[in-house]
Design a protein around this ligand. Structure first.
Ligand SMILES: Cc1cc2nc3c(=O)[nH]c(=O)nc-3n(C[C@H](O)[C@H](O)[C@H](O)COP(=O)(O)O)c2cc1C
Length: 403
């Protein structure tokens, strides 16, 4: 079983991730991780913070000569902005500045955080609830991504809508109906979306959204949106229906939902299946080149909590950013009087980045269930186990059912 922990405050000295449970001899590099960190930081609509930070990882342990050792891998990502926050974020000494944040922002962790943890400064809530932490998650998720690559499993994403503006092409239907976009690998999908500043697949849509972001920015407001994450090359058999907490769909929903500001996750046809007939939803079973196939992929690659062997298709919703320069109503806790909410440097939209974080979370869940199924202390052993299952299960079923 793999696991990871992250630590670090948004304006603290650094973020840290410790990743444990991956087999030895997996090739990994700093550059490979930094490339994913760069993708997380990009996107039209981000605030000025992303101009200050150019994330770069230091690998502190768990690797030797470019390969994993099987021991815990630890990463450190420095916060460049810490130089400006040294005093306010000192681990020990009280700051000379008496700055104390007392006005909670609606939609953020500000009010619930101070209430739950008995803080008298909202800064203490802001620092850890910030999505800055997701940089450490992407570093951890990239180990999983590299591991999955060894088995030709690739993960990609694209933005479907921002502020209610969609493409005229229905890319989700293409994926669910096994046509057009469904023929691309996860990597190919991300290669295409990464060329857009909004990570969309449609240039006309991109222009419309950029104009909307510009106009919303002027009014001091923010935008959310939807995105799709796809994993291709996933073998049949990851996850289990034997117990609720082993279900692949449940684990994916949990990990995607844990990303800041994500408020909905669906798999395959998801919510739209509520209005359809069973015959329109379920994927008929056929035979293709000595294996099973499906006429469609409405299930999004998972049935009964187990991967079917078809691409895994996840759609998620990110709400609009909570920090608005157009103030919402709040209460100043110093005076307990109604005031306008405060503004702190912020993004206007971060859906493109959220989709990259979701790629990492999906990679993590798939690597976890892959290792539960195939195990192995070294990558060579995992490969042998994988090969012996995938090359034999169809022949075995054919033989066993004849008896
Ligand atoms: C990539 C990314 C960037 C974000 N940037 C901001 C931001 O600049 N300002 C802000 O108020 N919220 C931002 N958020 C959202 C908050 O972190 C989130 O709304 C907050 O932690 C409260 O959690 P909740 O929305 O899940 O309830 C961002 C989220 C993500 C995923």
């Amino acid at each position: 079983m793999i696991r990871f922990l992250t630590a670090g405050e948004s304006h603290g000295k650094a973020l840290v991730a410790i990743v444990e449970g991956f087999p030895s001899n997996l090739l990994l590099s700093k550059d490979y991780i930094n490339n994913q960190l760069r993708r997380r930081q990009a996107g039209y609509g981000r605030g000025t913070r992303m101009k200050i930070e150019s994330d770069s990882v230091q690998i502190l342990s768990g690797m030797r000569f470019g390969k994993t050792l099987g021991s815990p891998i630890s990463f450190l990502i420095e916060n460049k902005d810490w130089e400006n926050w040294k005093e306010l974020m000192d681990n020990e000494r009280q700051s000379q500045s008496k700055e104390k944040i007392s006005i909670p922002r609606p939609g953020h962790a500000d009010l619930v955080g101070i209430t739950k943890y008995n803080f008298n400064d909202i800064r203490n809530s802001i620092e850890r609830s910030s999505a800055r932490e997701t940089a450490a998650r992407v570093a951890a998720g990239t180990v999983a991504r590299k591991f999955l690559k060894e088995f030709d499993i690739s993960i990609g994403s694209f933005v479907v809508s921002i502020g209610g503006l969609y493409s005229s092409k229905n890319y989700l239907d293409q994926l669910l109906e096994n046509r057009d976009l469904s023929r691309k690998t996860g990597d190919e999908i991300s290669d295409k979306s990464d060329r857009s500043s909004l990570r969309v697949l449609d240039q006309i849509q991109e222009k419309k959204i950029i104009n909307k972001i510009k106009s919303v920015k002027k009014t001091g407001d923010t935008l959310g949106g939807t995105f799709i994450v796809v994993a291709t090359g996933v073998p049949v058999g990851l996850g289990s229906f034997m117990h609720f907490d082993r279900k692949l769909d449940a684990d994916i929903a949990f990990h995607i939902m844990s990303i800041n500001a994500v408020k909905g996750v669906e798999i395959g046809k998801g919510f739209s299946s509520a209005e359809m007939l069973g015959s329109e939803v379920h994927d008929e079973i056929t035979l293709k080149q000595n294996s099973f196939s499906r006429t469609s992929n409405s299930a999004g690659g998972i049935e009964g909590g187990i991967s079917t062997g078809l691409p895994i298709i996840i759609r998620a919703v990110m709400k609009p950013i909570s920090t608005l320069s157009k103030p919402l109503k709040s209460i100043d806790l110093k005076t307990m009087k109604g005031v306008s909410s405060r503004y702190e440097r912020s993004d206007f939209t971060a859906v493109p980045s959220c989709a990259v974080i979701a790629e990492s979370m999906l990679a993590w869940v798939l690597a976890k269930h892959f290792l539960i199924k195939f195990g192995g202390d070294s990558i060579e052993e995992t490969k042998n186990n994988y090969k012996s299952f995938t090359s034999k299960y169809f022949q075995r079923l054919k033989k066993d059912f004849k008896k």
